[in-house]
Design a binder for this molecule. Structure first.
Ligand code: APR
Ligand code: ZN
Ligand code: ZN
Length: 362
């Protein structure tokens, strides 16, 4: 039977979000209803509210979430009621060209929740943010968006793997292919950049250089495994990274801001055979200008990383196991836990750079 729950809804461009009663229908074939236990506040949620993604208002926000499967529809076999799961916004199809060629992180036909939840009483369809919509006590998703992990994990920490933290760890491990003994530099140490630092440490990097303009972020970076920190307001990060790598530059430089000037720093701070990974998300207007001769004069690779090139079914359970063994400090990313009513306030704190992540707990 359809249920009514509270959820955080963005009703119009730039308007503060509202708590609304929403109707969550029973799961249809291939779907699941998940009882949400925690959901992180991400820049993308704010971006939806600002109309920066599309105009399909009203949005049911929230997408970095963990919870317990309440019910499943016909044909669902991978998850069952009672399973503790992390939600993902890119359930791969397994059948398209990308999937068949062994690169499912480029899947063309990802399965995500569609517009089935509605505003109670009005029947207005809600667009679930990133096909999830988890700032709600319950949400309806495609069953493939649920990945079962060890229920011993804290929901607040686990949920963060559903987006930003996975993006950062994956940028280092999956996209950057950081290996044992590598030197790694991370430019921008918010939730995503700091996760890249944690990922580089997991992968056995020998030297990890954290770059940010905010000393608070650099302090967190040290806790997560950075061996050196550079405040790029005080010194030139390219020179600093070269100095720390015997003049060569880093084997892997991860850009986690999403701006042309920081990308340019990453480009010049890498070893001649090094890799640049862009995981920060630029706006459509941003342009990059580089002397082509400098592109020609350097080998290595320029890559972008989308959701950390993750495969949820492979990466989520593995990272949760590492977390439970004390080898990956996911709790360090949870700056504060908040009630559902405080999402709007959390947007403000995020804007001020005060938090790595605010996490709504239910
Ligand atoms: N040089 C170095 N660091 C910078 C600079 C700069 N010029 N400008 C901003 N920063 C730092 C900020 O101080 C902050 O610590 O970059 C970090 C950005 O972090 P957050 O705002 O917390 O964002 P985060 O969630 O980490 O996401 C980073 O990745 O997924 C994308 O859309 C996301 O583009 C965003 C990026
Ligand atoms: Zn596919
Ligand atoms: Zn996100």
């Amino acid at each position: 039977m359809a249920q009514q729950v509270q959820g955080v809804v963005a009703v119009g461009k730039g308007e503060p979000v509202r708590i609304e009663t929403i109707t969550v229908p029973d799961p249809g074939p291939g779907e699941a209803v998940v009882d949400i236990q925690a959901c992180g506040v991400c820049h993308t949620d704010l971006h939806y509210r600002e109309g920066g993604i599309n105009d399909d208002f009203p949005f049911l926000l929230g997408h970095e979430a963990a919870g317990v499967v309440e019910s499943v529809g016909a044909g669902v076999t991978d998850v069952a009621p009672g399973d503790f799961v992390i939600l993902n916004w890119r359930a791969v199809c397994g059948q398209c060209r990308a999937c068949l060629r062994g690169r499912p992180w480029y899947c063309f036909n990802t399965h995500n929740a569609t517009r089935k939840m509605t505003l109670a009483g009005k029947g207005t369809e809600l667009t679930p943010a990133l096909g999830i919509g988890a700032f709600a006590e319950k949400t309806l998703v495609a069953a493939g968006q649920c990945t079962k992990v060890d229920p011993a994990a804290s929901p607040a920490a686990a949920g963060l793997l559903g987006c930003g933290v996975m993006a950062g760890i994956g940028a280092a491990i999956n996209t950057g292919n950081v290996g044992r003994g590598d030197t790694v530099a991370v430019i921008g140490c918010g939730g995503v950049g700091n996760a890249a630092i944690a990922g580089a440490r997991l992968a056995g990097a020998a030297k990890i250089i954290a770059v940010d303009i905010d000393d608070r972020k650099l302090a967190t970076a040290t806790g997560l495994g950075a061996t050196h920190t550079v405040n790029s307001r005080e010194s030139d990060p390219v020179e600093a990274i070269r100095d720390l790598t015997s003049g060569f530059g880093a084997d892997v430089v991860i850009e986690a801001v999403g701006r042309p000037e920081t990308y340019r720093q990453a480009f010049y701070a890498r070893d001649l055979a090094g890799t640049v990974v862009l995981v920060g998300v630029p706006t459509p207007e941003m342009q990059l200008e580089l002397p082509l001769i400098d592109v020609f004069g350097r080998g290595g690779a320029l890559k972008s990383s989308w959701y950390g090139d993750c495969l949820p079914s492979r990466d989520f359970p593995m990272l949760i196991d590492l977390y439970l063994q004390g080898r990956l400090d996911l709790d360090a990313f949870v700056t504060e836990t908040i009630p559902l009513q405080d999402v709007e306030k959390a947007f403000g704190r995020m804007h001020q750079g005060d938090v790595l992540r605010s996490v709504v707990v239910f």
